[in-house]
Design a protein around this ligand. Sequence first.
Ligand SMILES: C[S@@+](CC[C@H](N)C(=O)[O-])C[C@H]1O[C@@H](n2cnc3c(N)ncnc32)[C@H](O)[C@@H]1O
Length: 277
Amino acid sequence: MAAHKGSVDLEQNRAHSARIYDYFLGGKDNYPADREAAAKIEQAIPSVRGVARDNRAFMVRAVRHLSGLGVRQFLDIGTGIPTEPNLHQVAQETAPDARVVYVDNDPIVLAHARALLVGTPEGVTQYVEADLTAPERILSDPAVRETLDFDKPVALSLIALCHFVPGERIYDIVDTLLAPLPSGSYLVMTHLTTDFDPAMVEGTVQAYRQSGIEMEARDHRGVSHFFRDLELLEPGIVAIENWYAGEKPSLPDEVTELPTGAPRPPAAGYAAMGRKK
Ligand SMILES: C[S@@+](CC[C@H](N)C(=O)[O-])C[C@H]1O[C@@H](n2cnc3c(N)ncnc32)[C@H](O)[C@@H]1O
């Protein structure tokens, strides 16, 4: 039976990556199929809730850094269910006139899109329901063209997204999205990797696949390939929790909370930021 929120079919009977992630972040927008998948994933990667929080904290650091570099336009694909602070809130705290287009293919994100559209009066936020694998459709969407000025730098944010598209075609997709963006635009990404703990992350990929969600972890070389024509910013392609531009922040909400003295579990993902030449 399909559940509906407004006129949106939520496809409640199968697991969705947005809702599994929402569950790991402690959110309430998930269903039994998502929680069943989440339990399998958590068996493979017991630190997954911390990984999700680290990933979200990276988004905050990365957007603050980009705002500090003067970026005022963001194309955020694979947005996820709204979780405060959302990307536009982080961008608009530095620059109230920041313009953000969110893109996701999950009906539940669409159902919650209104929460993403409340920004500053000076700024603009828009939501587009579209699939990463149809990049031309994203680029030609009227909301994208009306909100973002492609004569000025845009940050393309693909955070915890590209590992949901297996195979080589993902490189063409990302290249297509970057092609119309002017020099001085940015690509910002996190990506699951087997480099730090192969067994843990291979188990994670299997758990997602068993739940009907395609996934491919990539190694350092595979992640580097996204950035091959870009100027990679410091500190390069590093574990998500180690990506700090400048000094390591000491804010408690920006690091995974671990019991005192507990060793940090192995990293599961890479983070990186590159600038278009
Ligand atoms: C793990 S969540 C990441 C959310 C957010 N970017 C973050 O890092 O906090 C992945 C998101 O990507 C979306 N997604 C997965 N595959 C997608 C695709 N092919 N096209 C568009 N969105 C996709 C999911 O619906 C989900 O909202």
